[in-house]
Ligand binder design. Sequence first.
Ligand code: 5AD
Ligand code: SF4
Length: 489
Amino acid sequence: MQLYEVTDKNKTLLHNNDKKAKKEFETNNMMEPDRQFHFINLCKELILDKKSQLGRNLTYCVVTFGCQMNAHDSEKLKGILDEIGYEEVEDEKADFIIYNTCTVRENANLKLYGHLGHLKNLKAKNPEMIVCLCGCMMQEPHVIKNIKEKYRFVDIVFGTHNIYKLAELIYTYKTTGKTVIEVLDKSDDIVEALPQKRKYNFKSGVNIMFGCNNFCTYCIVPYVRGREKSRKPEEILAEAEALSRVGVKEIMLLGQNVNSYDGGISFPELLERVCKIEGIKRVRFMTSHPKDLSDELIEVMAKEDKICKHLHLPVQSGSTEILRRMNRRYTKESYLELVSKIKKAMPDISLTTDIIVGFPGETEEDFQDTLDVVEKVGYDQAYTFIYSKRTGTPAATFDDQVDEAVIKERFPRLLKAVNDNNNIKRYEGLIKEVLVEDINGQDQSLVSGKTEENITVHFKGGSDLIGQFVNVRLTECKGFYYIGDMEDK
Ligand code: 5AD
Ligand code: SF4
């Protein structure tokens, strides 16, 4: 492949609408990310023209549903939109509205349709408005069919494999005026080095891998995010170093299952290397599958001070039989053994989890096993979900789906067990280092931040503390968060 460079000469040719040059651009012989920078430049011109024609700025709003991966993807979308000249606003009345969707559970889908419902009227009032949908939900053929049939005002649609192409898709839409739908089955490459706009300038997510190979029988992620692909350690480290140079102190390594990272070195080795970057003070990671959490990882976590002593270890169910049917590849006993091993190496570790209630075939006895695990482990936080049937997953075809009435009866019992066994109270009275994130939304005299255990603490302070590490005494436990007092004033 030929390397394409965006030069001033090329740009001038383009602006002169030189057909030959344009054709050259349209051929697919540019390498990424240069090709996208090329489209970013083209869009910049279009947006500039539009702004002077309208005599005002053009705005965008990115609405994100779902997990940390999606939140991080949205930072990439925002980076591109900023670069091409849109201005970010929080309002869905923006000139460019983009929904980065999630489909892990049915209610995420319903939420999107709810938003789209009132968008049609907004679009009728603003002829400049472009409506764009992307992310996991767009990887499902039945969703695309529905959008084509019922939401014809949607202008641009793409999936999880080509978010880096946002500028190219906008350019195609703007120059053809036709709806652009580009949903790919898989991605060939990992496109690096495109712009990103971070929510915080002192902490950042860094993708280490994409996709998932685990095929838990309830989960749609492997179908919509594709097979596992690890980034090269050099790329990850270069990104982390660049982030540290611009003041980032905390890094969250992101992957659906970080323990199966395989970029030529293992995940624990990668962690060690990230810890060597001087400016980085805290390292976190998400998510760990219990089936392949290695002794080596526990060892590295225990010895590296920079690695936050927090582990999100989704159990999903406490019943060995349900875990087998979920294809989780561990048992109740092996999970509890793993927890003991982790606690032995790191007695102060904070453990959090995900739990699904009402997976097909779940009996009262199975559910009791889940309650038992909650009691035995003592999580600092557990995210609880009602099983949601996802079309295309094996569990959707299981014929022993649990009655809604039974699930409704179990769910509050699980919540009660999570609250009763919540281990977070053990921090009361302790002094913890908190990385301050924001002014508190409800009380402007307070700031909010996170301990290394990922526990939120609110305490008296001003905006000068944002991005700083401060010592805070955790004075009052409020369920899953703390009120504190700053120590080193
Ligand atoms: N129904 C309910 N919860 C689910 N999760 C994933 N798929 C489903 C589903 N079909 C939950 C799991 C996972 C978390 C991100 O979402 O607990 O860990
Ligand atoms: Fe889904 Fe299981 Fe992969 Fe997690 S590990 S994304 S639950 S298939």
